[in-house]
Design a protein around this ligand. Structure first.
Ligand SMILES: [Zn+2]
Length: 431
């Protein structure tokens, strides 16, 4: 039996009124602290008649480490029987959510602690489970139960949003074929707060999410940012008809780079009849091509032009490279009307039938998205916060070594990048 008062206090921090019945200390095993509730009487929850005690049942809960050692709270729960003969409630076991939530394998204080360790500090579930000397599921179930409450029950987690962005994120590769599973992040583009994550990258789920928000909230959204994706455009057309749509510059430039890559591989194949090999000029030039022109020094630029002269007889890769650089120049403009004129002229030029097929395809995309692309210059919403939110999500994914369950992924991403109000962690009721 423990008698040192300081050590007694450490054992009881955060617990309601309990008696310590004894402590078991076996070498190499978690410390076992036996407790019972201080309150020994109970009324029948059905009829209120004072109940009769009818033995005990024992529940073992994973608890916080004490004196640097893993521990278990061994709760001796009283069983009761109703004395009222007409009452249908014959017997029950006492419960106390302050000790442990129903069906939870962790003590309540420990459930809150693991939620903060995993959710806020992005520690891996495995690492925290190791520290508590329990299994992965025990910790993960608690993070999901307390974490859901923290992100979903707090209706004030996010306020008005003036610039909202949709962005697809790969969250898992599942099964034998490593099939890719996507999700859509819904982000406050001004602050970088992750508002929510919904499954898939079609328009259906983001549309349902937006429709679930109050009309007044949707009316506040002045700018809606997106990649060059048709489904997200349809979502904004339908749910935020008054918001100015803004194409994310990062994705515009990315598209130009991927067209350049396509062209390089096609020309490589047409001229040499095989995929790029180490000594092929078009293979050697691949990194220089996607690098921003102003970052190339003079020798780099000469090397690029030399390799293109050697591997690109019709100048097709060079033309596509010029197209990519022109698109990058678009963002040097600061005036909306000039930018729109620039995109229009550029997409017309790119329609020339003598240009490589990749440039013409790029031109058609620019034409289809010209208003969204030029709107960037009106909105001046920075891409930074969305990228910051995406980087946080990536960090969560690394800590988790990839997710297999969308629910786990959503809760973890929101705990880390959704700016939950952590001061509520003490009071929320786990799901
Ligand atoms: Zn009763």
């Amino acid at each position: 039996m423990e008698s040192n008062p300081t050590r007694m206090c450490e054992l009881l921090v955060g617990l309601p009124a309990v008696h310590i019945l004894g402590i078991e200390d076996h070498e190499g095993e978690p410390l076992r602290v036996h407790i019972e509730r201080a309150e020994s009487r109970a009324g029948c929850p059905e009829c209120g008649v004072v109940a009769e005690s009818k033995g005990r049942s024992v529940v073992v809960l994973v608890d916080l480490p004490v004196y640097g050692r893993p521990s278990r709270l061994v709760w001796h729960k009283r069983r009761f029987r109703c004395l009222e003969v007409t009452c249908p409630n014959s017997s029950w076991t006492e419960s106390d959510p302050k000790i442990a939530a129903p069906r939870m394998a962790l003590a309540d204080r420990t459930g809150r602690w693991v939620t903060e360790q995993v959710g806020r500090n992005a520690r891996s579930v495995n690492e925290v489970a190791g520290e508590l000397s329990c299994d992965w599921h025990t910790v993960n179930d608690a993070v999901v139960a307390y974490g859901s409450a923290l992100v979903d029950d707090d209706l004030d987690r996010f306020g008005d949003v003036t610039a909202l962005g949709l962005d697809e994120v790969l969250f898992a590769r599942l099964g034998k074929w490593k099939r890719q599973h996507f999700s859509t992040s819904i982000v406050d583009v001004d602050t970088g707060q992750l508002l929510d994550v919904v499954p898939g990258r079609s328009g259906k789920e983001p549309m349902a999410w937006l429709n679930a928000q109050p009309q007044a909230w949707r009316d506040e959204v002045a700018f809606a940012t997106l990649d060059l994706s048709g489904p997200y455009r349809a979502v904004f057309d339908a749910c935020l008809p008054n918001a100015v749509q803004v194409a994310d510059p990062f994705h515009v430039v990315k598209l130009a780079n991927s067209k350049l890559d396509e062209c390089r591989r096609r020309v490589q194949n047409e001229t040499l009849g095989h995929r790029g090999r180490r000594d092929d000029p078009l293979w050697k030039v691949r990194r220089l091509l996607t690098k921003a022109d102003e970052r190339l020094d003079e020798p780099g630029r000469e090397k690029l032009l030399g390799l293109l002269a050697a591997g690109d007889p019709k100048g097709e890769v060079k033309m596509t490279w010029h197209a990519k650089e022109s698109i990058r120049w678009l963002y040097a403009h600061t005036d909306h009307d000039l930018a729109l004129e620039f995109v229009e002229r550029l997409s017309d030029d790119m329609a020339d039938k003598d240009l490589p097929v990749e440039v013409r395809s790029l031109g058609r995309t620019l034409k289809r998205w010209k208003h969204q692309i030029a709107a960037w210059h009106t909105a001046q919403v920075s891409n930074g916060p969305t990228e910051a939110a995406n980087n946080l999500i990536k960090r969560v994914k690394r800590a988790a070594f990839g997710f297999t369950s969308f629910r786990n992924y959503r809760i973890r991403a929101l705990l880390y990048a959704g700016k939950p109000n952590w001061s509520l962690l003490k009071t929320i009721a786990p799901h």
